[in-house]
Design a binder for this molecule. Structure first.
Ligand SMILES: [Zn+2]
Length: 62
């Protein structure tokens, strides 16, 4: 029996935009929003991306 009820809500992965059940997703609360990931791979990519963005902001010379 495959009884999909409303506790299998889908969220979109912040990195690859794949829809995954919220119960199996990894989520991280930032100061602005909650980011969701389909797995640790995407979480890792997001971490690196966020890190690079922070660094490029620090290196801005304008
Ligand atoms: Zn993903």
């Amino acid at each position: 029996m495959n009884n999909n009820s409303d506790n299998s809500e889908l969220i979109k992965c912040d990195v690859c935009l794949k829809e995954v059940p919220i119960s199996g997703a990894k989520s991280v609360e930032t100061s602005d929003y909650v980011a969701h990931f389909c797995g640790l791979d995407c979480y890792d990519k997001w971490l690196k991306k966020t890190d690079e963005e922070k660094q490029s902001i620090g290196e801005k010379k304008q």
